[in-house]
Design a binder for this molecule. Structure first.
Ligand code: S3P
Length: 186
């Protein structure tokens, strides 16, 4: 039986494109993205890490010292640069795909994959780290819940929608690979 998730199967349209993961904080974009890249033998980039490198500051410090608007400007620039690189796997910050211009460039240059998870899963995961300025507030869970509602109409514009469940990351990686095989350029 041929293995449906075998990334070495050649000639599929997604192979010429960057695979960009979008979705909320805690969806697993970075962890899953890194493993997906390994499996495909591609480079992996994380837009947040690239922004931090360019600014010489952590995301929290960028928000604290320069504000969210400045962070968003940097995010837009960094993503445009990354999307011009040869096909790779790209984990994007949760707000990136909400910006109309960034979304259009991502849709043009990448296969976009919404890593979708329910609120309880997202909340459980984001609590493990304290590095997300948007969640440093007393009503963090309610805010995350608002972000889920506000952002879903944008994330749902991604080319593919893959559920990010708890359990081994390889399950999510394999779901993405399976879904990628159905993708055709529009
Ligand atoms: C943000 C998500 C974060 C980071 C920043 C803002 C957002 O990235 O870009 O804190 O607006 O959802 P992750 O989605 O990787 O946590």
């Amino acid at each position: 039986m041929p293995d449906d998730s075998d990334p070495s199967r050649s000639g599929l349209p997604f192979q010429g494109r960057t695979i960009a993961l979008v979705g909320l904080m805690g969806a697993g974009k970075s962890t899953v993205g890194r493993r997906l890249a390994e499996k495909l033998g591609r480079k992996f980039f994380d837009s947040d890490a690239e922004i931090e490198k360019a600014a010489g500051l952590s995301i929290s410090d960028i928000f604290a010292l320069h504000g969210e608007a400045d962070f968003r400007r940097g995010e837009k620039q960094v993503l445009k640069r990354l999307l011009d690189l040869p096909p790779h796997v790209l984990a994007t910050g949760g707000g990136a795909f909400i910006d109309a211009e960034t979304r259009a460039v991502m849709k043009e240059k990448a296969v976009t994959v919404w890593l979708n998870a329910d609120l309880e899963t997202l909340w459980r995961r984001v609590q493990k780290r304290n590095n997300r300025p948007l969640l440093k507030r007393a009503d963090a869970k309610a805010h995350l819940s608002n972000l889920v509602s506000e952002r879903e109409p944008f994330y749902s514009q991604a080319d593919l929608n893959v559920q990010s469940k708890d359990g081994p990351h390889t399950n999510t990686v394999n779901s993405i690979l399976k879904s990628l095989q159905t993708w055709t350029p529009t």
